[in-house]
Design a protein around this ligand. Sequence first.
Ligand code: DGP
Ligand code: NA
Ligand code: NA
Length: 213
Amino acid sequence: MTLAPRRGLFILLEGCDRTGKTTQVALLKEALSKLEHPVTSKRFPDRSTTVGKAIDGYLSSALNLEDRAIHLLFSANRWEAVQEMKRTLMEGTHIIVDRYSASGIAYSVAKGLPLDWCRDPDRGLLRPDLVLLLDQPISIAANRDGWGEERYERVDFQERVRSCFHDLSTHQDWKLIEAARDIPTVHTDILRHVQEAIQRSSDPGPLSFDLWQ
Ligand code: DGP
Ligand code: NA
Ligand code: NA
């Protein structure tokens, strides 16, 4: 008899632009691999798909789209990966994800779109098991090289995104990670939360498709 593997955990890193998410996803993946946990990573938007190429055009300002139209494309970009992610988790592999529905909500609410309207297209996508919000003052990101290259990298806009992430983080058990520290310190903090989550979940239960309220 072969036992079904325990499912993997969906670990989500969220935050404003240039908070170090991509670096931390890579370090976390490496650390979990060394600890012999099956793990993979995924980044949204996935700019390699047809939908993702349109999103990339929008972010570089080569393409202009109505706020609601781009919102739906970002959501579609998550939907087009959902079966593959589900398969990976059911095979027992953890997935570390760089941005998901919370970014979808925060960036559109920051434009003034209604919260309920922003949530609706992502209802039924996978619910993360653990959300780590990388948080720091916007002034720190704005001093990094290359700031302003993409559409959303403006201080006033990012302040609104940050405040929306803060609102979302109170609705469920998110971990706030102080991102304005050196990379190894932030990594140690993140790894501790993830190891706790892995230990807690001797049986993580079925995958959830509920969006946070
Ligand atoms: P990144 O590759 O993580 O730097 O993300 C690219 C930009 O797209 C970044 O400014 C955040 C933004 N973004 C990511 N996901 C979404 C989404 O679902 N909706 C909107 N409106 N923006 C998003
Ligand atoms: Na960015
Ligand atoms: Na990133």
